[in-house]
Ligand binder design. Structure first.
Ligand code: DQA
Length: 144
């Protein structure tokens, strides 16, 4: 195992900062990455922070986490959380612990957000804490 933690972000999270700020806050994804970089240094970890709007790319990156023997993956799969059996299968396949992250708390929102395929295989979850949730998730990854 290495000190690398993959931080994978799914669709529409590139628009954070301007995207429904009343739900997701006003931090951009770059702000979150900067915060995590500094927390990672503190924890002696290295983060590999990425965003894509494409489901298959997330699958490929999960496989890559296995190849590089990442310590953990923090995964905000965004809307694919609620639809993607492919991501569920990938998480089960890689043997790398995945921590589910959401800025909002999907359980308190529309019914279609209540199911999480990621949660069926993730070792832990952080929801509803906004950008700070990524930091909390990294601390959890450090403790694995
Ligand atoms: C989200 C919650 C999802 O329901 C939604 O589709 C997102 C963002 C969050 O971080 O709160 O895109 O994952």
């Amino acid at each position: 195992m290495t000190d690398i933690v993959f931080v994978l972000n799914g669709p529409n999270l590139n628009l954070l900062g301007t995207r429904e700020p009343e739900i997701y806050g006003s931090d951009t994804l770059a702000d979150i990455e900067a915060r995590l970089e500094s927390k990672a240094r503190e924890l002696g970890l290295v983060i590999d922070f990425r965003q894509t709007n494409h489901e298959g790319v997330l699958v490929d990156w999960l496989h890559e986490a296995r190849e590089v023997r990442a310590r953990a993956v923090l995964l905000n799969a965004a809307a694919y959380t609620h639809t993607s059996i492919a991501l569920l299968d990938a998480i089960k396949a890689i043997g790398v612990p995945v921590i589910e992250v959401h800025l909002s708390d999907p359980a308190t929102r529309e019914a279609f957000r209540h199911i999480s395929y990621i949660g069926m295989a993730a070792v832990d979850e952080v929801k509803g804490l906004g950008a700070e949730g990524y930091v909390v998730a990294l601390e959890k990854a450090a403790a694995l």
